[in-house]
Design a binder for this molecule. Structure first.
Ligand SMILES: NC(=O)c1ccc[n+]([C@@H]2O[C@H](COP(=O)([O-])OP(=O)(O)OC[C@H]3O[C@@H](n4cnc5c(N)ncnc54)[C@H](OP(=O)(O)O)[C@@H]3O)[C@@H](O)[C@H]2O)c1
Length: 229
């Protein structure tokens, strides 16, 4: 693995029922300690990655706050090209890479030009089906762009597309003591059948000083055949 693609660390803050946001899109879950945890990682990694829905719903800048350091590069995975150059993630406070499909780029060449005029680096990748981008290929290209470590902040569909290709190397989850009952979930995709699902082993568990959160860091085991004998 090392040398072929960046190291991938996923960080999410979720409710007890693993919701990233409520059904209306409310996602301000983190306490001040959790924000510092997240931004410490932003300062440490070469780039921060999010999916198209997170840009559309939250319009994040992904800048560094709460800790000192340099704004990380930003990467948006937007296979169908639904985000727009006016979203905050494409502002000039840090370099941004847009990863899209060759199919969407062909159909929306004018929009691609707008992104480029704004200084956004556009990587076009041959999709595997419709506009779905093979994430291993995307990560290989990011390594060529000088990104050797990546913090993925969600949402759930992007996290699933990384997990299905066994590309998550470390997972940090903050569980907030609330239940939303509906809304986007931590990993959202076609799902595993069961036995082939990866196993995540906790390596650090922290009761947050706020008293309402538990922060867990985990490492994955993708080959779980030993469990099946
Ligand atoms: N609590 C937290 O820590 C946290 C963090 C981040 C986000 N959120 C919340 O999560 C929600 C968004 O999550 P989400 O699961 O709906 O969306 P998401 O993962 O942010 O974005 C999903 C979209 O990105 C594109 N995409 C992702 N992987 C792709 C791939 N391999 N190839 C091509 N396109 C790909 C697809 O766009 P197309 O459908 O157009 O193909 C997909 O529908 C928001 O409500 C946000 O507030 C919460």
């Amino acid at each position: 693995m090392p040398g072929e693609r960046p190291f991938v660390h996923a960080f999410s803050t979720v409710t007890l029922d693993a919701r990233l946001a409520s059904r209306t899109g409310f996602s301000k879950l983190s306490c001040p300690h959790d924000l510092v945890r997240l931004h410490r990682l932003r300062a440490k990694y070469d780039a921060v990655m999010v999916g198209a829905n997170t840009v559309l719903v939250d319009n994040p800048s992904l800048r560094l706050k709460y800790v000192r350091g340099k704004n990380p590069k930003r990467v948006v995975v937007d296979g169908a090209l639904r985000t727009h150059p006016t979203h905050r993630v494409y502002d000039d406070t840090a370099p941004t890479i847009l990863i899209t499909s060759t199919k969407a780029a062909e159909h929306k060449s004018g929009l691609i030009e707008e992104f480029k005029n704004r200084g956004v680096r556009v990587l076009k990748i041959e999709p595997v089906e419709d506009t779905r981008i093979p994430m291993k290929r995307a990560l290989q290209l990011l390594l060529q762009e000088g990104i050797s470590s990546l913090l993925v902040e969600g949402g759930g569909r992007l996290l699933w597309s990384l997990l299905r290709e066994k590309l998550i190397d470390r997972l940090s989850i903050t569980y907030v003591g609330t239940v939303y009952g509906a809304g986007p979930v931590l990993f959202d995709g076609e799902g595993h059948e069961g036995p082939e699902a990866p196993l995540f082993r906790p390596v650090k568990v922290l009761l947050c000083p706020c008293g309402r959160e538990v922060h867990v860091e985990l490492v994955p085991y993708y080959d779980t055949s030993y469990l099946r004998g």
